[in-house]
Design a protein around this ligand. Structure first.
Ligand SMILES: Cc1cc2nc3c(=O)[nH]c(=O)nc-3n(C[C@H](O)[C@H](O)[C@H](O)COP(=O)(O)O)c2cc1C
Length: 184
């Protein structure tokens, strides 16, 4: 089983990266293969709305990093997708990434996987961020393993949000139990 974590934040070592990695770490220590991608520094053009993907079954935009990343998503069994809260929703860079997955929707190419939504806010708005991420996951027919909201402003602060870290650990353990039902 492969677990892939994605942080949509432009802060490579930011709070979203930290919270996603709390989940991945629980999987790693239990011997599960994990991978992590930060979208920071990645070139991801927005969806053109050209609808050419309906016929071609793939996105026609070729000159960026989206395809390399989506191939990793296609290769995973569990996706942990995280975003910082920007104006009560996902950040724009991750939204560009998500919008491009429309090209895989027509043939339900992402269906059957499991997903976890993660968001970090400074004060408020993470509920809607989680809703957007869960909308993405359910549209693609992922089954949900839960979600985690954390609070933190400067890099690293989310790790002081004890409830969020505890919930992230529990979700990590839930992922482990997919392969080892007796794991505590
Ligand atoms: C453009 C922008 C918009 C933001 N909007 C919100 C918001 O609506 N609500 C909130 O609580 N925090 C907001 N924040 C704060 C971030 O959500 C917070 O700093 C978060 O920890 C960033 O996560 P990261 O380190 O993974 O990038 C915003 C930050 C930026 C840069």
């Amino acid at each position: 089983m492969k677990v892939l974590g994605i942080s949509g934040s432009m802060r490579k070592g930011g709070n979203t990266t930290d919270l996603v990695n709390v989940i991945l770490e629980r999987c790693r220590v239990a011997g599960i293969e994990t991978d992590f991608i930060s979208l920071s520094g990645k070139k991801i053009h927005p969806c053109l709305g050209c609808e050419k993907c309906k016929e071609k079954k793939c996105c026609v935009i070729e000159n960026d990093d989206w395809e390399k990343i989506i191939n990793k998503v296609l290769d995973c069994d569990v996706l942990v997708i995280g975003s910082p809260t920007y104006y009560y929703d996902v950040c724009g860079h991750l939204k560009n990434f998500i919008d491009r997955t429309y090209s895989l929707y027509h043939d339900r190419r992402l269906a059957g996987r499991k997903g976890v939504a993660v968001s970090v806010q400074a004060h408020k708005g993470a509920n809607r961020t989680i809703q957007t991420l869960e909308g993405f996951l359910s549209t693609h027919e992922f089954s949900s393993l839960g979600s985690v909201k954390g609070t933190g402003y400067h890099e690293g602060e989310v790790l002081a949000d004890k409830d969020a870290v505890e919930k992230a650990r529990k979700i990590g353990d839930k992922i482990v139990r997919l392969v080892n039902p007796r794991y505590k």
